[in-house]
Design a protein around this ligand. Structure first.
Ligand code: C5P
Length: 230
């Protein structure tokens, strides 16, 4: 039986991967499927939470009973996540940024399709940095709101994860080992979860993304203020 330990709680989960438009037909994107974010949303709902799922470019059906906000770019996602984290009815208890947010976007959007100039070489694409939504969420005055980030690392997973946890300022960081075929679009995942409060890292062995999601919610639940508190 599932614990209903998130009953009365409101959580925000981001999922998928942002697309940064170059022109009306092209974008810069990434390989995130949204499966881990959707698993987080479903497991939170199963444990009693009210869930807002901010989904970027995901080809998955809306999970039952979960409010889905569809976004495209990092800027769209920033707006939707901050709004949901703030909430009309008070701040969310937790925000989990499982989405792959593009670090950069094209410096300029072209209103008409970019043409290939006969004989000319490829045109360079100038990029500018996107806002870091996770760092911004973590840096706001947020009461007891628990903020969780994800990090995909190919090597030096622990050292890079620790550095990222400190840089982002979030409470928990789920560090995935990624490679060509390790995580993206697969139903399973493995991770080590780092905590800013000095708790020992939590190793989550390879298993269903739902199982990793439940460990994330265990760690979040342990860090929530008592219900009804402010
Ligand atoms: O810096 P990096 O992209 O590795 O960080 C990954 C974590 O930060 C994820 O939780 C992702 O959702 C979040 N992120 C963000 N805004 C960005 C880039 C990443 O919120 N612009």
């Amino acid at each position: 039986d599932l614990p209903r330990d998130l009953a009365g709680r409101r959580v925000v989960v981001s999922a998928g991967g942002t697309r940064e438009a170059l022109d009306p037909v092209r974008f810069l994107g990434n390989r995130s499927s949204g499966l881990q974010g959707y698993a987080l949303a479903r497991t939170a709902a199963a444990r009693g939470a009210r869930v807002t799922l901010v989904a970027a470019n995901v080809a998955l059906p809306d999970p039952a009973g979960i409010g889905v906000v569809a976004v495209e770019s990092a800027e769209d996602m920033r707006k939707a996540v901050l709004e949901a984290a703030q909430g009309p009815g008070g701040a969310a208890d937790a925000v989990v940024m499982a989405a792959a947010v593009a670090d950069f976007r094209p410096a300029g959007y072209r209103n008409s399709k970019i043409k290939k100039e006969p004989g000319a070489g490829p045109a360079p694409i100038a990029l500018v940095q996107n806002p870091d939504i996770l760092a911004e969420l973590a840096a706001r005055p947020r009461g007891g709101q628990v903020v969780v980030g994800f990090a995909a690392e190919t090597d030096d997973v622990l050292a890079n994860g620790r550095a990222k946890l400190a840089r982002k300022g979030c409470d928990l960081l789920v560090v995935n080992r990624v490679g060509a075929d390790l995580t993206f679009g697969r139903p399973d995942n493995e991770a080590v979860i780092l905590a800013a409060d000095g708790a020992a890292p939590t190793e989550v062995p390879r298993g269903a993304k739902e199982a990793l999601a439940d460990v994330v919610w265990d760690l979040v639940a342990a860090r929530l203020a008592p219900p009804g508190g402010s």
